[in-house]
Design a protein around this ligand. Structure first.
Ligand code: HAM
Length: 421
């Protein structure tokens, strides 16, 4: 273990990268708010059963990827691998069970014990939303449109939406029979994982990424045709709405998503800059039983991986605007002047004017070097005579020109200079 490295699959985010993160969060929050989504902050760990029940015990995430630990009180807790289950747990204490709609957005770290790779972390971050309490095709389409709006606003034009339908509970039996009859004839050519999936959760075979399974999977029967009329009509309406919204999409019957709570619409987004295997966002409609509830509560939502959004932005050379640098560097020629500059800097910063200053007892030459390095267009120089006369020398760093101004007019002077740039 290198003492300076964080654990594998995690990262320290320094400036200026941190600025890119804030930009994603800022744009996401702004657009989500326009669609009526308010923020919900849930804990980063929950009782383990929140995820076991919510995501499904047979899912890869629950089986292999959760960071689960026992706390000192003997409770089993898990670092959240995703946001939806925790949001639903939080909403279970509200009127959501009476079909009242809740629109919530979230941002924060998620944890999955995956093999780290480019764009795959053990601590990663999602921006996401959940629209809970109602079920209608146009709600699903609006949710997809909101995701498209965020992607466009962060500069990710060229994204691709894959969509599919998972039907509802009653549709699954006949569709599973169709798939079982088909895959049972091909098991000998399929990968070990798919043979296990055949026994435990046959749907997972559809999103197998192994080459050996590719042909078998692409020739699988059209199970959506076996879904009931209502489910097919629901999906048709989602597609009509996406057409009306002019959102390009591809229907992908192999898209089943990795979590068990999905019904009806599911979707994933990729971008050519990261390739077709790496989803930058995913989501869909779901149903979850909440503690004490007799009926499942419906919802639709999505989450986008911030690390992946940033990788695409980097590939496309999209950057957040740089913040304003210091308006001036304050140079003090003796201890009294440096003390006066410390108070002046505080006053200027409180007035919204960014400045840097010398806090050590370095020579004038060294301070000028610092002033140059800081990128400030002006240096404000004060020594014994300036303090005595209540003035300051303002030096233009570009041409070396100097003027003397009254100390009291420094804030006004700097403000005018910054706004005339
Ligand atoms: P998910 O597809 O598991 O869905 O994750 C959503 C996004 O999180 C992915 O598309 C990807 O960008 C990012 N992501 C997932 N795992 C990693 C990782 N190990 N490293 C980096 N990024 C990652 C969900 O989490 C659902 N809760 C989405 C949802 C909300 N469905 C309905 N509502």
């Amino acid at each position: 273990m290198a003492a300076c490295s964080p654990p594998p699959g995690t990262a320290d985010i320094f400036e200026p990268e941190a600025r890119e993160w804030r930009e994603i969060e800022r744009i996401g929050s702004e657009i989500f708010s326009r669609y009526g989504y308010g923020e919900l902050r849930t804990p980063v760990f929950e009782f383990t059963e929140v995820f076991q029940r919510g995501l499904g015990g047979e899912t890869e995430v629950v089986q292999k990827e959760m960071y689960t630990f026992t706390d000192r009180g003997g409770r089993s807790l898990t670092l959240r691998p995703e946001g939806t289950a925790g949001v639903m747990r939080a909403l279970s204490g509200t009127d959501v069970m009476n079909q009242v709609e809740h629109r919530v957005r979230y941002f924060g770290p998620m944890f999955r014990g995956e093999r780290p790779a480019a764009g795959r972390r053990r601590q990663f971050h999602q921006i996401g939303v959940e629209n809970v309490g109602r079920c209608a095709p146009l709600i699903d389409a609006e949710c997809i449109a909101m995701l498209a709006a965020v992607l466009r606003a962060i500069g990710l034009d060229g994204f691709c939406f894959d969509i599919n339908t998972r039907g509802v509970g009653e549709d699954r039996g006949p569709a599973e029979k169709l798939l079982r009859d088909y895959f049972s004839q091909h098991l000998d050519t399929m990968c070990d994982d798919c043979r296990t999936r055949f026994e435990r959760n046959i749907w997972r075979i559809l999103d197998c990424k192994q080459e050996s399974c590719g042909k078998v999977v692409s020739d699988a029967p059209d199970y959506v045709a076996s879904f009931g009329e209502a489910s097919r009509a629901y999906f048709d309406e989602v597609r009509r709405a996406l057409d009306a919204l002019k959102i390009p999409y591809k229907v992908n019957p192999r898209l089943v998503r990795g979590l068990d709570y999905y019904v009806h619409t599911v979707f994933e987004v990729t971008h050519p800059a990261l390739g077709p295997q790496t989803a930058i966002a995913g989501g869909g409609r779901y149903e979850l039983f909440l503690p004490g509830g007799r009926r499942p509560v419906p919802g639709v939502g999505f989450a986008a991986g911030v690390e992946r959004l940033l990788l695409v932005r980097e590939a496309l050379n999209v950057r957040a605007p740089a913040p304003a640098g210091p308006a001036a560097y304050l140079i003090g020629l003796d201890p009294a002047a440096r003390l006066a500059n410390l108070a002046l800097a505080d006053e200027l910063r409180a007035a919204g004017i960014p400045v840097e200053l010398e806090l050590e007892a370095r020579s004038f030459k060294a301070q000028l070097r610092e002033a140059n390095k800081s990128g400030a267009p002006l240096a404000v120089v004060r020594g014994e005579s300036e303090l005595a006369g209540d003035t300051a020398i303002v030096k233009n760093m570009a041409d070396g020109e100097q003027i003397q101004i009254p100390a009291g007019s420094i804030p006004e002077y700097l403000r005018k200079r910054s706004s005339s740039k």
